[in-house]
Design a protein around this ligand. Structure first.
Ligand code: ZN
Length: 179
């Protein structure tokens, strides 16, 4: 079984409408949190910037959360703008839903696929693993990874999940010999 790995190469952009210029793309840039303490309660935001006009917005991560509900590592992470914490916050589906944005993964991920010697033994089985939750269309990923046309993919690939529906959960497929 050949292992393929999908992983991010950076942080995805956010599809989020700017209230100033109506552009629909924002970035976390270097990744910065803002923390505001109010007695024993904390507000935490992730700052994002419109890629078109540069306007900064605050997206709520925690709202009036008791300081005692955070671990020390979390508090340090928010204050130090820890890149791993920025990434895990941005990729948290609940955070995206609460703040009404979708992730734009264009150019922010790659497929690591060992070069396949496809003539050796048929059929070939491939296991796709996701290191990061990048939604990919299996049909396109397989075409790209094997250098096949979409038509060849449809003809030669046996897969137990739908080829056209984006997924970010691991799957396996089988490549049948060409004609
Ligand atoms: Zn803007």
């Amino acid at each position: 079984m050949l292992p393929w790995v999908v992983r991010r190469t950076g942080l995805p952009l956010l599809s989020l409408r700017c209230v100033d210029c109506r552009s629909e793309s924002a970035t976390t840039g270097e990744g910065r949190f803002r923390v505001n303490a109010n007695g024993k309660l904390l507000d935490v935001w992730l700052l994002v910037r419109c890629v078109s006009c540069g306007r900064t917005s605050k997206l709520g991560v925690h709202e009036r959360a008791p300081v005692s509900s955070f671990t020390l590592a979390e508090l340090d992470g928010y204050h130090a703008n820890d890149p791993e914490l920025v990434a895990s916050t941005l990729l948290d589906p609940l955070f995206a839903r609460r703040n009404r944005f979708a992730l734009d993964w264009n150019g922010a991920w790659r497929l690591d696929a060992p070069s396949a010697r496809l003539d050796d033994a048929w059929p070939v089985r491939v296991e796709v693993v996701f290191d990061d939750p990048v939604p990919v269309r299996p049909e396109r990923l397989i075409a790209h990874g094997l250098g096949l046309s979409r038509n060849e993919v449809l003809r030669r690939i046996k897969c137990d999940i739908p080829l056209r529906r984006p997924t970010s959960a691991g799957f396996t497929f089988t490549v049948l010999a060409g004609d």
